[in-house]
Design a binder for this molecule. Structure first.
Ligand SMILES: [Zn+2]
Length: 256
């Protein structure tokens, strides 16, 4: 007999944050002033491993090519595939594309994984511009990522970093991005920043918007995973607001 509460917890854990060491970066076409925009992605192997971690022998994958003639934004003909990941009878599907069947295969699998929450945190990443010289990165993309987060002003308040004062009222743009937490500060009752999508290990999940207050809320790993699995709208809102989907649609390096 399947323990449903255990099952629900395991579903939620698929959406646990992607470890930084397993996030890959590649540059896209957008370059400006000695920097190149980078997007984060994971290998399809990561998706496979996370499914195996929580549902070893309990998940299935079905893929089929989607007939028709498709082209990407540059007019290059694309293979399109649909992948369906089924876990305990629940199916979630997504389309993927690529210049060749192997890439479309991998892309559709990863995107179906996102429907299960796997690597969905990458969708909330800000635009990351990495310093380049002669077309080569000259810094770790994570340094550029941290800079971008500082610019967004949602980094945890840190005494050694000189940041502008927190706004008296939440900015509409940030609210739209889901960066204002539904919870109110347990110390002062004001609104809190939602740090769930951007926090680093050890950082609190919610931070008081009143810089002087220092009120924070920390979730358990399980609660955070549940919240993230239940809040795909945040990731969606980030994409709708113009942030690139972080999972890229080509050039995956499949090790097989
Ligand atoms: Zn507070």
């Amino acid at each position: 007999m399947t323990d449903l509460s255990d099952l629900s917890a395991r579903f939620a854990r698929l959406a646990a944050p992607t470890p930084r060491t397993l996030v890959k970066w590649r540059s896209d076409d957008d370059t400006r002033e000695g920097t190149a925009r980078h997007v984060a992605y994971v290998s399809s192997q990561f998706v496979r491993q996370r499914l195996d971690e929580f549902f070893s022998g309990e998940w299935g994958l079905a893929q089929e090519s989607v007939p028709g003639t498709w082209a990407d934004k540059h007019g290059v003909l694309q293979c399109v595939m649909q992948a369906t990941i089924t876990i305990h009878g629940l199916a979630r599907s997504s389309l993927g594309m690529g210049a060749d069947p192997k890439t479309a295969d991998s892309d559709s699998f990863k995107r179906a994984g996102v429907r299960w929450g796997i690597a969905s945190d990458l969708y909330s990443f800000p635009p990351v511009y990495v310093r380049v010289s002669g077309g080569k990165p000259i810094e770790n993309p994570w340094d550029a990522y941290d800079r971008a987060m500082l610019r967004k002003g949602v980094q945890e308040a840190s005494p050694e970093i000189d940041k502008p004062a927190a706004p008296a009222a939440p900015k509409p743009a940030l609210k739209k991005l889901g960066l204002i937490a539904p919870e109110l500060c347990p110390t002062c009752g004001k609104k809190m920043w939602n740090n769930v999508w951007v926090r680093k290990p050890g950082q609190p999940d919610f931070v008081c918007t009143d810089k002087a207050c220092k009120g924070v809320v920390r979730l358990t790993d399980a609660d955070r995973a549940v919240l993230m699995a239940a809040s795909p709208t945040e990731a969606r809102a980030a994409v709708d607001a113009g942030l690139e989907p972080a999972l890229v649609d080509s050039q995956d390096d499949l090790p097989f």
